[in-house]
Design a protein around this ligand. Sequence first.
Ligand code: ATP
Ligand code: ZN
Length: 483
Amino acid sequence: AASPSGKHITILHTNDMHARAVASSPEMGFAKVKGIFDQYRSQNPDTLTLDAGDTLHGTPFATLVRGESVVKVINEMGYDAMVPGNHDFNYGSNRLIELSQMLKFPIISSNVKKSDGTDLFKPYIIKEINGVKIGIIGFSTPETAYKTSPKNVEGLKFVDPAVEAKKAVDELKGKADVIIGVGHLGVDKSSIDTSLKLVKEVPGIDVFIDGHSHTVLEHGMQADNNTLIASTGEYTKNVGVVDLWVDGGKVVKKEAKLIDEKQAANIQPDGKVASLIASIQKEQEPVLKEKVGETPVKLEGSREKVRTGETNLGDLLADAIRDVSNSDIGMTNGGGIRASIEAGTITKGNIVTVLPFGNQIVQLKVTGEDIVAALENGVSDYPESKGGFPQVSGISFKIDKAKPKGSRVHSVMVGDKAIDPKAVYKLATNDFMSIGGDQYTMFSKYPQAGMYGALDEALISYIQKGGKVPAEAQGRITEGASP
Ligand code: ATP
Ligand code: ZN
């Protein structure tokens, strides 16, 4: 085939790395990713490097220092820009701004607005590479508004990315030869504001570098308006490479591919990044290895289990938050439990992996009626998975899944008494749910009756003081036909 005419520009990209800094096959880790970047940069100096978000959060490596470790490492990798994903807001938007100030490259997003309507981050940047002007517009998923704790995004609005895209593309006309979208939007049908929808509504975007849905696009996807959507999947399993040829101020050819562990077998991990990661790990090791206790059985926290039913880890955590706050009831969302703990020693690292969000324990004084409404919300998708599935303590109930949503909870007992809809109970939950996260909107009208520190710390002290580690789910939540 004839080689394409024009100037050749390579875009290297990553998304949804979720702070997987360290290699763990098939995850390549940040040092190898940098090695791949450098290999391509040496082949073509006219290279742009972009990240599509969910980068700064997701492992103890990141959580322990609220993202700073990841910032240090990605600063060495040579990015030109990144967009914030929903998980990048997990330390709160103020912390994200602090982290953005530590970054050597900009965070861009056109659809995150402050309460006065101004942009939280630069909506776009223009880079000139070998005489080609490239406009790069950022987007964040509007799902961030409810996929992180509401207090993390207080005062922020996530507006329609397609509307902002249209504005930015209009502004870039005449200023940029090439327009690239980089978004944490996703192509998954479960999202409303997908990149597919955006490029359909907004012509003029040559390439869209995407994330959020963890979709692997081996050779990109030819979408509407001749936009090429590229996305690498997740967790550093692939590096994305998009090649563009630009002639007469126009893209004349574009191609996307992914580089995985196998294809990168002969590429060396970057030494500087590897030793930086190693030195951060060494600092963190004593904290993460600290022994908290023992468990004779596996504590079940896997996504499929903890979002569809009661588990022993769910019970333990709900017991811990009820105990520390001296409440009648403990209730915490299954989606907030992010990992299991294997039988044997329980370390601080295990606990941080299970509970990475830094949630606080909140006590509310709630009517029996609203407790039941909360349980109905939690099991509305049962037996399908739902982040809001409740893990409970001090309370038991049955689910009649033959009944419609909103009326399937029955036989609710608080302690050994039937729940009284008019009585007021002390409920311990997490701050995410207390302000309406996972659709627990019935809680948001109650003022906080007390704060009891962090969830992870409560779990640690509960285990340390000899709190019972349940061998199996305690039968607090069961199926049964309503009487
Ligand atoms: P990704 O962005 O990686 O594609 P996601 O975070 O959008 O994934 P999930 O992994 O399903 O999707 O996470 C959403 C769930 O996580 C919520 O429904 C909720 O249960 C839980 N969650 C998110 N943030 C918090 C928080 N701060 N506290 C407690 N639970 C949380
Ligand atoms: Zn995401």
